[in-house]
Design a protein. Structure first.
Length: 325
C-alpha cells in the first residue's frame, strides 16, 4: 500500500470506529465531541489540505471541505463549552451569561447532529465515497512526494511571512490576526504528526545558543513534539529541531494571549446578544465582570505584536527546513 493512502486510512479507521460507536448513543454529536473526533478530523484536514496542492486537486479539495466542515463545527462546540466550563464556578459571571453559553453549546451540538445526517456521515455514504476516491488515486512514490512536501512548506512559510508583514505587528483584532497567525503557524507543526513518519527532526547544535530561550521544559518535554516514525519510509523531509521547538513555543505563547483575548470577546458577544448592548457598552461590561486586574484587549494585542515581531525578526520559520534525506 502506498504511504499516502496508509496515512488517510490510519485516521479514517479512527473516524469510522467513533462514528460506529456513536450510532448507539442518544446524542451522537455530543458523544463524538466528548470522545475527540476532532483530532483525527484535524489530521485528515491537514493531509487533504496539503495533497490538494500536488496531487488530484479536485478530489482532495472536495474531501478537505468535508473534513473542515466537521472540524469547524466541533471547534464551535468547543469554543462555547470551554468558556462554559471556565465560567461555571465563577460567581462574578452573571447566570444569564452562563445560560447563554449553555444555549449556544446546545445549538452547535444540534447543528452537528443535523450535519452528520445530511452530509452522509452516519449512514457511511461519505466514508465509502472518500475511501473509493483514495483507492483510485494514483499515489506518488516516496521521493517525489517528499520533494513536493518540501515545496509546500516553503510556500506556506512565504505566505505566513507575507501575512505578518501586512500587519506590521500592530494587531487590531484577536480573531482575524492573532488567532489567524497562530492557526497558520500551527499547521506547520500539525503536518509532521499527520504524515506519520515522513517528516523528522534534524539536530543542529549550532542553532542551540540563539534559540535556547525558546527551549523551555514545557516545550521540550511536550509529547506533541515527539514525531511519529516509520520503518517503511526511506525518504524524509527534515526540519531543524531547535527551530521546530521554537515554533512550538511561539504557538503556545500566541495561544495564551489569544485565549485571554477571546475570553473578553466571548463575554462582550454574550452581553450584546443578551442585553442588546452596543459594542463599547458590551466591552465595558465584559471588563467590569473580569475585574481591574484582567488585561485590556489593546494590551493583549500589543503583547502579541511584540512577541511575534521578535520571533519573526529572528527568522525562525525561514530556517525551519533543513532538507531531504
Amino acid at each position: 500500500m502506498k504511504q499516502g493512502k496508509a496515512r488517510f486510512d490510519y485516521q479514517l479507521n479512527k473516524v469510522n470506529a467513533l462514528l460506529s460507536e456513536a450510532q448507539s448513543q442518544e446524542n451522537p454529536a455530543l458523544w463524538l465531541f466528548l470522545h475527540d473526533l476532532r483530532t483525527p478530523m484535524f489530521m485528515l484536514e491537514s493531509l487533504s489540505k496539503m495533497y490538494s496542492q500536488f496531487h488530484d486537486k479536485a478530489f482532495f479539495t472536495e474531501i478537505n471541505v468535508r473534513f473542515k466542515e466537521i472540524e469547524d463545527v466541533l471547534g464551535a462546540i468547543d469554543y462555547y463549552a470551554a468558556f462554559l466550563r471556565e465560567f461555571h464556578a465563577d460567581v462574578k459571571i452573571p447566570m444569564t451569561v452562563k445560560n447563554h453559553l449553555e444555549s449556544k453549546t446546545r445549538e452547535k451540538i444540534i447543528l452537528f447532529n443535523d450535519l452528520l445526517i445530511k452530509k452522509g456521515w452516519t449512514n457511511g455514504k461519505t466514508l465509502r465515497k472518500i475511501n473509493e476516491g483514495l483507492t483510485n488515486s494514483k499515489w506518488q512514490n516516496q521521493e517525489d512526494e517528499i520533494a513536493n512536501i518540501e515545496k509546500y512548506y516553503h510556500k506556506q512559510i512565504k505566505k505566513i511571512n507575507e501575512f505578518v508583514s501586512e500587519t506590521t505587528f500592530e494587531f487590531k483584532n484577536v480573531e482575524t490576526q492573532v488567532h489567524e497567525l497562530r492557526r497558520k503557524l500551527r499547521w506547520l507543526s500539525i503536518y509532521p504528526q499527520a504524515f506519520q513518519g515522513a517528516i523528522q527532526l534534524h539536530e543542529n547544535e549550532a542553532d542551540l545558543k540563539n534559540l535556547k530561550k525558546y527551549l523551555i521544559e514545557e516545550i521540550v518535554s511536550s509529547p506533541f513534539n515527539n514525531l511519529p516514525v516509520s520503518s517503511t519510509i526511506k525518504h524524509h523531509l527534515l526540519l531543524e529541531k531547535c527551530h521546530f521547538l521554537a515554533l512550538s513555543w511561539m504557538i503556545s505563547e500566541l495561544g495564551k494571549l489569544k485565549d485571554k483575548g477571546l475570553k473578553i470577546t466571548a463575554l462582550k458577544n454574550a452581553f450584546q446578544e443578551i442585553a442588546f448592548l452596543k459594542d463599547e457598552e458590551a466591552m465595558n461590561e465584559a471588563y467590569r465582570v473580569l475585574g481591574n486586574d484582567y488585561p485590556k484587549m489593546d494590551i493583549l494585542l500589543k503583547q502579541a505584536g511584540v512577541v511575534a515581531q521578535k520571533f519573526f525578526d529572528e527568522k525562525v520559520i525561514d530556517k525551519l527546513i533543513w532538507g531531504i534525506d
